[in-house]
Write a protein that binds this ligand. Structure first.
Ligand SMILES: C[S@@+](CC[C@H](N)C(=O)[O-])C[C@H]1O[C@@H](n2cnc3c(N)ncnc32)[C@H](O)[C@@H]1O
Length: 422
């Protein structure tokens, strides 16, 4: 279904042009197969159906102006839209993220699927997966993106996809109910409309932001309960949601180059002058003896198993000046108390399974104490939860009973997200 319409448009006017166009299409086909092979090798495509869909849909039809080689790399986003403040508001997502989400969703022929956040390419993949007896709907808040998605879908032969211009905070009631809702924009919450428009056995795949991080979570309804239970979660991030579901984080500047980032609901307060002073105090470094591996899982554990930890960020300049370790550049959970703070670092250590060892650097008058607290959290994770998927993630909409919740949870606008480490 997918590549045929494109090749139909190849009507060589001259032999030379015909050869050129044919070569381009052959190149795209070969690059597409290579992309699928890489995604399979990396364990991101695990089913033949997703492989077949990704082999069928011409990704380049949705990325006008982008070089073919770039289009078929697995980790590259395409055709970004940038707002007046220089922020990305839309991209065609990297194919490795699309593979992860499609595998999480488990889309079957005949299903009705809503994609939130359009680009065209992923909607075409969904159309391939649901087949002629299913239906694919994609919604975007941005008229330019909707137009571009429509053009791409039509060019690639997927006119059957419903393309809707709307704020997805309210879902897309006109094509509901959905067996799968695949959210391809960073969400901070799960609005009631999504649950109302989901079938009783439906699944939501959503990049959910909490505690300063995002995880791609596949949620199923829990039998006999209003709660949603995560069947799996993965690392990944998306441009943030606009419209009614938009959320902001608090940014606390410690210096012009170093800051703490907190969820918008946090009420934590920080002694910024004391922390600034701590940055100039000698670091106290200690090592855990445990392997540095799966940092995303460790990060999730640190953020959701004890006291509230803000995310510590630094600009490259602060790293270059040796004020903080380079791990801070991408954000890392920090244990902060008064004028002292600690965060994790790594070093090479051939004695560990991964060849690296996790450690802690701490600053401030309580550096020894706070450093050893963080170290014991790291050892606890390494000894008891050192595997993928150890966290149990549950979302309770406001209609559900949350009185029993004792462990870590975050109160959102429409519900409560709970993370347990059983
Ligand atoms: C990462 S892009 C989607 C990529 C797309 N699924 C693909 O094929 O690769 C995220 C999109 O979400 C859209 N978006 C942001 N907030 C939205 C909202 N409230 N409702 C619908 N779409 C929204 C943005 O305009 C943007 O185009």
């Amino acid at each position: 279904m997918a590549s045929a319409p494109l090749s139909r448009t190849v009507q060589p006017e001259t032999i030379t042009k015909g050869i050129t166009l044919t070569l381009q299409i052959d190149d795209a086909g070969a690059l597409r197969q290579a992309m699928v092979a890489v995604l399979r090798d990396e364990g991101l495509i695990t089913t033949d159906s997703v492989a077949a869909a990704m082999n069928a849909v011409p990704r380049h039809a949705f990325a006008p102006g982008e070089p073919l080689e770039k289009v078929y790399q697995t980790d590259t986003t395409l055709v970004p839209k940038i707002d007046a403040a220089g922020r990305q508001t839309s991209v065609v997502s990297a194919s490795h993220i699309q593979a992860i989400q499609l595998e999480q969703a488990g889309v079957l022929p005949g299903m009705s699927v809503l994609e939130i956040g359009s680009g065209g390419y992923n909607a075409a993949l969904i159309a391939e997966l649901v087949g002629p007896t299913g239906s694919a709907t994609t919604v975007d808040i941005d008229a330019d993106i909707v137009d571009r998605a429509r053009v791409g879908l039509s060019r690639a032969g997927y006119e059957q996809v419903n393309v809707v211009l709307a704020d997805a905070e309210h879902g897309v009631p006109q094509h509901a109910p959905y067996d799968r809702i695949i959210v391809t924009v960073g969400a901070w919450d799960i609005p009631p409309a999504w649950l109302d428009q989901l079938t009783p056995t439906g699944r939501i795949v959503v990049p959910l932001r909490f505690a300063g991080i995002t995880r791609l979570i596949a949620f199923d309804r829990s039998p006999g309960s209003l709660a949603l239970t995560a069947s799996n979660y993965r690392l990944g991030s998306f441009v943030p949601m606009q419209g009614g579901g938009a959320a902001t984080e608090q940014l606390i500047a410690v210096t012009p180059n170093i800051g703490l980032r907190l969820d918008q609901q946090s009420t934590a307060a920080f002694d910024v002058p004391a922390l600034r002073k701590a940055l100039n105090s000698p670091p106290v470094v200690s090592w855990s003896g445990t392997p540095f591996d799966m940092p995303d899982e460790l990060e999730l554990f640190l953020l959701t198993s004890g006291p509230e930890l803000p995310m510590l960020y630094a600009a490259q300049a602060a790293v270059d000046q040796g004020v903080v370790n380079r791990t801070v550049r991408n954000g890392t959970p920090a244990l902060v108390r008064g004028g002292s703070f600690a965060y994790r670092i790594k070093r090479e250590n051939a004695q560990t399974a991964s060849g690296y060892e996790t450690g802690v650097v701490a600053h401030g008058p309580e550096a020894e104490q706070i450093g050893s607290e963080l170290l014991s959290m790291i050892r606890n994770w390494a000894n008891s939860y050192f595997r993928r998927g150890a966290a149990h993630i549950t979302y309770y909409p406001n209609t559900a009973d949350t009185g029993h919740l004792l462990g870590w949870h975050a109160t959102k606008r429409h519900g409560v997200l709970a993370v347990a480490w059983p």
